[in-house]
Design a protein around this ligand. Structure first.
Ligand code: HEM
Length: 400
């Protein structure tokens, strides 16, 4: 993600929060929300806008689903748009959950074992819907660009950038030097990139926000320190939009989110395939071996972390000044790969942190997230990634 996308991401997170806040206020402080459902729509709406330059009304459609009678006040076209948006976000959820199915069961099992065959069929039907939808979006945007007069500027989004790359309408300021890539992209290549962004950019960040809300609910002293930092950086104005500069100043917030991630990582393993034979862990491995690195185990290993089971953001806060967290100081570079590393490092990492930090400020400076059941464990499934299955909360005004 280029700096211009990151700037837009801050702006859009501010804007989208204002929309979501109005729905939450309408529902009222006693309403029990499933926070993951809201956050998934928030992050999907963000990545949809960044990827395509348009809104998909993921949050509005969810709100309208909850407030059934609202539907009656909408006309058929508006209802159709909201339904389409609901189907789209559900298809991403189903596609992501289904990936594990195709990972775990071989071709024979998927085609001949009765229950599994039925499930695989449904997943494939969902895949067709999602792929068609994305190809339609690409085709429609191509036509729009072709019909835009040359003297009119094109908007800035991933799709427009991919479609125009290496054409006379190129909106990309920076050119790739590799000769093989100095040609326009095909629809298939564009589709692959947009699909990856949608998949990578929806559940991951939504889960991270929910996991953080869960830990803050259980560690009020951490929440209080976090708010002190927000108040110091942002002042008393509870409505001022957040800026990139604000985010850079939030050191304790950084530490809190890292500690949440260490305890409840989302991408709990990272995979690699070796391109040539290699020696790993004392053994020779042939070319083409698949490795899965269980990073969740690295993040809790006693050789790398002081009191690894303890929830303490201070292990990430100004750790270079600390004597207590010597292990962290020495080892963190290789033991904490939130976003993977090397050439395949997560391209959405900046966007994820922008959304996460912005939302934490926007929510906690003005409201409190109250967990409905303080005794409930963090509910999640470990499939391809750790996915929060439910987080029941009430959003209350903050008590000063
Ligand atoms: C908290 C949020 C996120 C976490 C924890 C996360 C984590 C990861 C990890 C661990 C990888 C594998 C990296 C590797 O193999 O070294 C990855 C890859 C990827 N992520 Fe993220 N990610 C997050 C958010 C996002 C967002 C917002 C996007 C949207 C643009 C995104 C798009 C991708 C893509 C496209 C890849 C594949 C990159 C490749 O294979 O070259 N991720 N992510």
């Amino acid at each position: 993600m280029t700096p211009s996308f990151n700037r837009q991401a801050v702006e859009w997170t501010n804007e989208l929060w204002v929309e979501m806040e109005s729905y939450l206020n309408n529902l009222g402080e006693h309403y029990e929300l499933d926070f993951i459902k809201w956050m998934r729509r928030f992050t999907n709406e963000m990545i949809f806008k960044i990827a395509t330059g348009t809104k998909n009304d993921a949050i509005a459609s969810y709100y309208n689903m909850l407030i059934n009678d609202n539907k009656n006040s909408l006309n058929d076209k508006e209802n159709e748009k909201l339904n389409e948006s609901k189907n789209f976000i559900e298809s991403i959820e189903t596609y992501l959950a289904g990936m594990f199915y195709f990972f775990a069961f071989n071709n024979f099992t998927r085609n001949y074992v009765p229950f599994i065959r039925g499930k695989a069929k449904k997943l494939l039907k969902n895949k067709d819907y999602l792929f068609d939808k994305l190809y339609t979006i690409i085709k429609e945007r191509r036509t729009e660009i072709e019909n835009t007069p040359l003297d009119q500027p094109l908007r800035h989004d991933m799709l427009t950038s991919y479609i125009t790359a290496n054409t006379s309408r190129d909106i990309n300021a920076v050119k790739h030097a590799d000769v093989d890539l100095l040609r326009p992209m095909t629809d298939k290549e564009i589709f692959g990139n947009i699909l990856e962004a949608m998949l990578g950019g929806t559940d991951t960040t939504a889960n991270f926000i929910c996991f953080t809300a869960y830990y803050l609910g259980h560690y009020p002293e951490v929440k209080q320190r976090l708010r002190q930092e927000f108040d110091r950086v942002l002042g008393n104005d509870l409505t001022r939009p957040i800026t990139n500069k604000d985010l850079d100043e939030l050191e304790y917030c950084d530490a809190v989110t890292k500690e949440v991630y260490r305890h409840s990582p989302i991408a709990f393993f990272v995979g690699r395939l070796n391109a040539q034979k290699d020696k790993v862990g004392g053994y020779e491995w042939p070319e083409g071996t698949t490795f899965q690195m269980l990073v969740s185990a690295l993040m809790k290993h006693k050789d790398y972390w002081t009191e690894p089971e303890k929830f303490d953001p201070d292990r990430f806060y100004r750790v270079e000044e600390s004597d207590k967290y010597l292990l962290e100081k020495k080892k963190m570079k290789n033991t904490f790969p939130i976003f993977g590393g090397g050439i395949r490092i997560c391209p959405g990492r900046k966007l994820a942190i922008i959304e996460l930090k912005c939302l934490l400020i926007l929510i906690y400076r003005k409201y409190d997230i109250e967990l409905v059941d303080m005794n409930a464990p963090l509910k999640y499934n470990s499939d391809f990634i750790n996915v929060c299955t439910e987080l029941k909360v009430r959003i209350k005004p903050r008590k000063f």
